[in-house]
Design a protein around this ligand. Structure first.
Ligand SMILES: [Zn+2]
Length: 494
């Protein structure tokens, strides 16, 4: 039975944070045991319904029905998992089933009912079944099992009274706890609240995740350079690691070695770290926009939704860029944070906004680079900010107010960066994955020992490449000295 809130209570939103778990080996085993038991329950339900389908019996999908089946299974069937955790899996199954049924009814033939078994599944505990003490958390376990206390790796950012549920899950080879809280929508002292009449247009992009044009000629540009650099470095890093470890990969049908398992684990961890870094930077970018809007008393954000143009194939490289952009997530993050701050978000079509002059509304042919200049009225400025100004004019109007919003060109622009914590974002923090520019090797020591890595370098210094006399090839030979030994004849096309 869902909890009923008082209709006069102040508005709230639900927000979830993810916190890492510090475990001993025994606790880790027990946590994975819980997740594994949850996977077993899911598999049981899938099996039962498959059996019933083969025998022309109606499926068991209602939450209440499933709970009755679980009770009939008796205690101790699913290891240490208690009935609260087990029921959260049944709830998940029932929700997935009914969501698929609804989509099918709506005419979507691609909607599938849940039928795939999983080894591990998240387990959720609702308010009142768990205990939270500072950074410690007790999970309920089945009768007769000792309680499971877990240590969290940071403080939960919500007050204890607002927490509604905790979820134990596994992602990227690590255990996490997701804490969901009921957070009240921000309230402001009189006169400082965001005014819904003040509108800012938001243009989403890859180079600038958010470009905002507000009223009174104020603008905000959030740079996404650090995020793009992180994507690039991760791609280069992954490619290099694959090349280096490809020889260890097991042949088809061969059992992987322990060393190969370690390689896979390392790849998973690096992948997870990359995803977390990018997500953190995206959150920071969205937070910057909402904080700026609150400061400017902007109560309405009109966001240009570019998702209509994403289905066009634009070549291998651009497709990758677009996929890494994660536009749906950028919109969702902005909307969530704006909702919490009491700001309304409208999504409008952004077609043509980045190639239309905001002053005279004439199309601008192919603006190259970030600057846009209009041939008719000779207006020149930042393309993304101009697009944001045009988007602001597309704000849906109330039926009573027919007045269209005039484009306000930003003249005072605030510049911010997303992902300042990322390595390589500033000159002081060098990304360890990036190779240093070539430096001359230090003079060899008197004892004749081989030179080792200098401080801050990425690896052992290689011997200087041999000087080839008489070669007419202009190809750079410094990179891979092993390909060209002194005295060896090299083939060149010249
Ligand atoms: Zn113009």
């Amino acid at each position: 039975m869902p909890r009923r809130r008082d209709p006069d209570a102040p508005p709230v939103v639900h927000r979830t944070c993810r916190v890492g778990v510090r475990t001993t080996r025994g606790q880790r085993e027990r946590c994975y045991g819980l997740l594994c038991s949850a996977g077993d329950i899911w598999a049981c339900v899938v099996e039962v319904n498959h059996w019933r389908w083969r025998h022309d019996a109606p499926p068991v999908v209602g939450y209440q029905q499933l709970c009755r089946e679980l009770a009939a299974a008796g205690p101790g069937t699913f290891g240490e998992l208690d009935s609260t955790g087990a029921r959260s899996v049944l709830r998940r199954y029932a929700d997935a089933w009914f969501a698929a049924a609804k989509r099918r009814k709506g005419g979507d033939p691609l909607a599938r009912f849940p039928r795939r078994r999983r080894r591990l599944l998240p387990v959720r505990y609702y308010h009142g079944t768990f205990t939270l003490q500072q950074r410690r958390r007790r999970l309920p376990t089945a009768q007769g099992c000792p309680p499971l206390w877990l240590r969290l790796d940071r403080d939960i950012p919500y007050p204890a009274g607002q927490i509604r549920s905790v979820t134990l899950l596994n992602e990227g080879g690590r255990l996490w706890v997701e804490v969901t809280a009921e957070v009240p929508v921000a309230t402001y002292p009189p006169g400082t609240a965001p005014d819904p009449g003040r509108v800012a247009g938001v243009d989403l992009g890859i180079i600038h995740p958010y470009a905002v044009a507000g009223p009174d000629g104020h603008g905000l540009l959030v740079s996404g350079r650090a995020i793009r650099a992180e994507h690039r470095m991760h791609l280069a890093d992954t490619k290099q690691r694959r090349r280096a470890t490809a020889a260890r990969a097991p042949k088809p049908g061969q059992r992987g070695s322990r060393r190969w398992r370690k390689t896979r684990r390392r790849a998973r961890l690096v992948e997870g770290r990359h995803r977390r870094r990018v997500r953190q930077a995206q959150h920071e970018a969205a937070k910057t926009v909402v904080a700026w809007a609150v400061e400017q008393h902007v109560g309405t954000l009109t966001v240009g939704d570019p998702r209509g143009v994403l289905d066009l194939a634009a070549g291998r490289r651009h497709n990758l860029r677009v996929r890494q952009w994660q536009i749906g997530r950028a919109i969702a993050m902005l909307r969530d944070k704006a909702e919490l701050a009491g700001i309304v978000v409208h999504l409008v079509d952004e077609r043509g906004t980045s190639s239309t002059c905001p002053a005279c509304r004439r199309p601008v042919t192919k603006p190259a680079g970030r600057r846009m200049s209009c041939r008719s009225c000779h207006l020149t400025g930042h393309r993304d900010l101009f697009a944001a100004a045009t988007i602001a004019t597309r704000t849906p109007q109330d039926a009573g107010r027919g007045d269209a919003i005039a484009a306000v060109l930003p003249s005072m622009v605030t510049h911010r960066r997303a992902g300042r914590h990322l390595p390589g974002a500033g000159p002081s923090r060098r990304d360890p994955r990036r190779r240093l520019p070539h430096q001359p090797p230090p003079a060899a020591t008197v004892t004749g020992r081989t030179t080792t890595a200098a401080g801050g370098s990425v690896g052992r210094l290689r011997p200087a490449p041999p000087i080839v006399v008489g070669s007419r090839s202009t190809a750079h030979r410094g990179e891979e000295p092993q390909h060209h030994q002194p005295g060896e004849r090299s083939w060149s096309q010249h």
